[in-house]
Design a protein around this ligand. Structure first.
Ligand SMILES: [Zn+2]
Ligand SMILES: [Zn+2]
Length: 151
């Protein structure tokens, strides 16, 4: 996927409230911009970004083989905060190597509004709009902040 996360910490990727409900098997995140995200444990397990689950160096990961996840594997045991940038859940099978960055957790937010946004983004990305769709004259300003070092 040619998508690079913006490494800048914004309100959208800052968690102001994190609540892991082990009994219900949910992870709730309240964001600094007011948005609320709730993951169920199964969806969260499928998102695991670790090398084992996702694969590395072009090789498919374990989750790419579409395994049937056992109740243990989707049982949220604990969630650890990694610095200010990621969460690392521990699963019932002992798996704990997935560092879910807040950028990832926000990007993959399962709520309806975010789902609709992702569909729009996917629509927009690959093909340029046909010329006749140019109704609103939007100007895109590209700001470059590259400093020239004085010589
Ligand atoms: Zn994993
Ligand atoms: Zn959302």
């Amino acid at each position: 996927m040619p998508y690079a996360y913006n490494p800048l910490v914004t309100e959208q990727t800052t968690a102001s409230r994190i609540h892991a409900d082990r009994a219900a098997g949910t992870l709730e995140i309240g964001w600094a911009d007011g948005h609320e995200t709730t993951y169920d444990a199964v969806s969260l397990r499928w998102l695991c970004p670790c090398a084992f689950c996702r694969g590395e160096a072009g090789l498919p990961g374990w989750l790419d083989s579409r395994p049937t996840l056992s109740p243990d594997q989707t049982h949220l045991v604990d969630v650890q905060l990694i610095g200010q940038y990621a969460l690392a859940p521990t699963w019932g099978d002992g798996h704990h190597t997935g560092y879910y960055t807040f950028a990832l957790l926000r990007e993959r937010c399962p709520c309806e509004a975010c789902g609709a946004r992702r569909v729009r983004d996917a629509d927009r990305a690959p093909v340029p709009r046909p010329a006749h769709a140019d109704h609103g004259h939007r100007t895109e300003t590209v700001t470059t902040t590259a400093k020239e070092s004085p010589r």
